[in-house]
Design a protein around this ligand. Structure first.
Ligand code: ACO
Length: 428
């Protein structure tokens, strides 16, 4: 017999089906609650609300498990490539060698952006934040590819838009970096791999015979893979909800980029480095900043700490912390903020406030230190997060459409004035 749940409201009992996921997660399906009873549920921040059935990413915050399409994040981060993971997330299974090769070739053929888009770069003030530029430029792609506006594309047309976005994003990201430095942009090169080409566009022309340090390439794959999806987080939910109105993929992802920008979400990686720098410049006293984070009258929070769903450890942070040590050592970089980060982490993990609230380092705590060692400035960190998250956003947008999900439209409990009459104080 299938499981059900009863809700008693004002003396009447209502029965609802229980939905069970493949990992035995349980949810009460209350989609008919209002129709039957007139009541809605109230859950600010959606702390307890499942917005979708999804087959893309599984995570268990209590035990620190994260899997993409069933594959453990540890295995993918160690061995896979970013494009292979992108394919896995978007299309559901790992590609064969031949399919991956075709996927790479398709992406390489679309890496150029329309030359007119250069005008956007010229128009932004030189100090404008890279995330603001990124959301504008990704949204603007819809103007250059109006066929993407069709709300009912064929699978082939939809694939074209997906490939287009995956291919053009590294070009856009690298040109934003070049603009911030006042350097000329570097055009994509089809004879280089996805990451090599990206690094070439970021750091300037490399000699055709040379490649980038394998340590740097490996680090980029790892970081992008670790950020590639994270089920129904703030930016992904934004992408799904914007897409649910049949908005095109570029517009939906552009909205996701804006959601990611906030320091409570992807913007934390920039905020962490700035916080560590501030602590260093203030004498390196970790305890002083822990006390500030615990003080409810002080808005300061320990950036890169805490997570809505991870209540034990963030498996991505575990991999990144180790990678951070390895990469800095291999590159011979000695960054004093790494010591401060470790001191802060140790102090926090032994502090009752953080223990009671199950606050652990998240993916953003150490990622900025790696990005910095690779040569990126801190304002680019969240843009790099967006580059990594892109396949996840695309996969979630595609799944939402394939599941024919209804337009996202939460309800509310109104707490404002009841009806009152307008009294005229001036003439029109
Ligand atoms: N520093 C100090 N206290 C914290 C922190 C922190 N970083 N995070 C949570 N807390 C405290 C809260 O004050 C609250 O305390 P209380 O119960 O005494 O009121 C308790 O822990 C629970 O915190 P909430 O804010 O209710 O948890 P929520 O799930 O809503 O927020 C979030 C999660 C936004 C990640 C939060 O932990 C935070 O602000 N962290 C710092 C920013 C950050 O690193 N964000 C990146 C997250 S990962 C990502 O998005 C990619």
């Amino acid at each position: 017999m299938s499981e059900t749940a009863s809700i008693i409201l004002n003396g009447s009992s209502y029965e609802f089906p229980v939905v069970t996921g493949t990992e035995n997660e349980k949810a009460v399906d209350i989609s008919k609650l209002r129709d039957q009873s007139g009541y809605i549920t109230l859950d600010p921040g959606f702390k307890n609300t499942g917005a979708a059935k999804s087959a893309i990413t599984f995570l268990d915050g209590e035990t620190g498990i994260l899997r993409y399409r069933g594959y453990p994040i540890e295995q993918l981060a160690e061995k896979s490539t970013f494009l292979e993971v992108a394919y896995l997330l978007i299309y559901g299974d790992l590609p064969t060698k031949a399919v991956l090769e075709q996927f790479r070739t398709d992406i390489k053929s679309q890496m150029m952006i329309h030359e007119d888009m250069k005008n956007f770069f010229a128009g932004f003030p030189s100090k404008s934040h890279p995330m603001g530029q990124l959301s504008c430029l990704v949204g603007a792609l819809s103007a250059f590819y109006p066929e993407s506006l069709d709300p009912n594309p064929t699978p082939e047309e939809e694939d074209k838009t997906i490939i287009n976005l995956l291919a053009k994003m590294p070009t856009i990201v690298s040109w934003i970096q070049k603009k911030s430095l006042g350097h000329p942009v570097v055009y994509p090169k089809t004879n280089l791999g996805y990451i090599d080409n990206f690094l070439n566009m970021i750091f300037g022309e490399v000699n055709q015979d040379k490649t980038f340090d394998p340590v740097v390439i490996d680090a980029m794959h790892k970081l992008l893979i670790l950020h590639a999806d994270h089920e129904q987080n703030c930016s992904t939910s934004t992408v799904r909800i914007v897409g649910s109105s049949n908005a095109n993929l570029y517009a939906s992802v552009s909205a996701g980029i804006n959601a990611l920008w906030g320091p409570l979400h992807g913007g934390a990686n920039q905020a962490v480095i700035e916080m560590l720098e501030a602590i260093k410049n203030d004498g390196g006293d970790a305890e002083k900043y822990l006390a500030k984070a615990k003080d409810k009258n002080d808005p300061f929070r320990l950036m890169g700490f805490g997570h809505r769903v991870y209540k034990n450890f963030d498996p991505r942070a575990k991999i990144i912390k180790k990678a951070c040590d390895d990469i800095l050592e291999k590159l011979g970089v000695n960054d004093p903020v790494l010591d401060i980060a470790k001191k802060l982490e140790e102090a926090a993990l032994n502090d009752q406030y953080f223990i009671d609230r199950k606050l652990y380092p998240n993916v953003d705590f150490y990622s900025g230190i790696i990005y910095r060692a690779l040569g990126f400035n801190s304002e680019m960190f969240t843009v790099l997060f967006a580059l990594g998250r892109l396949p996840g956003w695309i996969a979630q947008w595609k799944e939402m459409r394939e599941n024919k999900e209804p337009i996202g439209r939460p309800r509310q409990v109104y707490t404002g004035q009841t009806e009152r009459n307008y009294v005229e104080i001036t003439q029109r």
